[in-house]
Design a protein around this ligand. Structure first.
Ligand SMILES: *Cc1c(COP(=O)(O)O)cnc(C)c1O
Length: 396
């Protein structure tokens, strides 16, 4: 179906942060399959784990115990705020399950009238019917019938608006610690702490969507760790399978215990093959020093991007983001898609995001030299972009 405006480009091989196209061109991949190839392409440990598991048993269904899933869940529990994990296949599915868990917790604790969720402008929670409503972007909702009820959207970062939106029907709040698709906008750590405090004050549940910024991309395993808070429930996907489809709901016991047999499920979710991939990715990301290295490279890239912005202040308004989810906000008439196209021509893959932002989401294994190379390629792309603009842009 014509659902995607695809670039006329196909890849036949990858290694680390590099991709080779079928026409022989080589690219530096700062898109990572949209923040998904967390450990880069063809990582030998991940490849071996998938191949070995595929040769043993790939899928059995959740009618039986799955040791690979039990092990992966236990390791995620050990490494996070969570007491319990549910595996699924995608970010949207994890978010759907998170909303169900929040509503069910309210229903099972004598507050069934509390079923609505507060979400934020600029959010992205996925493409299912309910997650379109949680996302609230009119562009995505158009033509798909009445918006699913149960989501109340307020401006991102505005605590007064959050407090005003709380009613006797509110079950909780769902927020991305860093909005990805919406324009690489981080919530301030104060805002995340204030949301936690507000949930505690009103007896609400805090749900975090860490599908994009989670799994090490922020420089900590989960981005909320920077704020020193814990959610009640959290969704994950993208990076947790390193490119193999895997999603997860992580929750505290006081939420998880209400999802009794029959209340939720999935056929593929958490199958042996997906969990073998998940375990291999965890082996790499939890190895001593890995996350510190991500943090170091991310700070290096940030500084280089700020210098790039200063050199091209007529085209680049701002560097934003956190960890290895960074964005360049462009000044009109320069657009993110123009720069994305020019960067691709220079050999760098990037992703557009909302608010005229060019998103950089490299694999977490990049080196400082690769970060510098990406900034050089962006430098050249910006020069070409300037030359292509209809008339000289006044210096900022
Ligand atoms: C990508 C994304 C989703 C949706 O994930 P899918 O796997 O595409 O369903 C949800 N939330 C956030 C923050 C995302 O970045």
């Amino acid at each position: 179906m014509p659902t995607y405006a695809r670039a006329d480009l196909a890849f036949e091989r990858g290694e680390g942060a590099r991709l080779w196209a079928t026409d022989g061109r080589r690219f530096l991949d700062f898109s990572s399959g949209i923040a998904t190839n967390a450990v880069g392409h063809a990582h030998p440990h991940l490849v071996q784990a998938i191949c070995e598991q595929a040769g043993r048993v790939m899928h059995v269904s959740n009618l039986y115990r799955i040791p690979e899933a039990e092990r992966l869940a236990a390791r995620h529990v050990d490494a996070s705020f969570a007491d319990s994990v549910f595996f699924c296949n995608s970010g949207a599915e994890a978010n759907e399950g998170m909303v169900k868990a929040m509503r069910k917790t309210m229903a099972e604790t004598g507050r069934p009238e509390r079923w609505r969720i507060i979400t934020f402008e600029g959010a992205f929670h996925g493409r299912t019917l309910a997650m379109l409503a949680a996302t609230g972007n009119p562009k995505y909702l158009e033509g798909f019938g009445p918006k699913v009820d149960g989501f109340d959207q307020v401006p991102f970062g505005n605590l007064n608006a959050v407090r005003d939106a709380i009613t006797p029907a509110t079950a909780g709040i769902i927020v991305e610690p860093v909005q990805g698709e919406g324009g690489v906008r981080p919530a301030t750590l104060e805002f995340l702490r204030a949301l936690r405090a507000t949930c505690d004050e009103f007896g609400l549940l805090l749900g975090l969507d860490e599908v994009q910024i989670g799994m090490g991309r922020s420089g900590r395993l989960w981005a909320h760790e920077w704020a020193g808070i814990e959610p009640d429930v959290m969704s994950a996907a993208k990076g947790i399978g390193g490119g193999f489809p895997l999603g997860a709901i992580l929750a505290k016991e006081h939420v998880a215990k209400h999802l009794k047999p029959g209340s939720h499920g999935t056929t593929f979710g958490g199958n042996p093959l997906a969990c073998a991939a998940g375990n291999a990715v965890l082996d790499i990301i939890l190895a001593p020093g890995f996350l510190q290295r991500v943090d170091r490279v991310a700070r290096h890239l940030w500084r280089a991007l700020v210098a790039l912005k200063d050199r091209h202040a007529d085209l680049v308004e701002e560097v934003r983001g956190a960890g290895l989810l960074l964005g360049l906000k462009l000044r009109e008439p320069a657009t993110n898609t123009d720069l994305q196209e020019r960067a691709l021509a220079e050999g760098l893959l990037t992703v557009a995001a909302g608010q005229n932002v060019l998103r950089l989401a490299p694999p977490l294994i990049i080196t400082e030299a690769e970060a510098d190379e990406a900034v050089d390629l962006l430098d050249r792309a910006l020069v070409r972009l300037r030359a292509s603009l209809p008339e000289p842009v006044a210096a900022a």
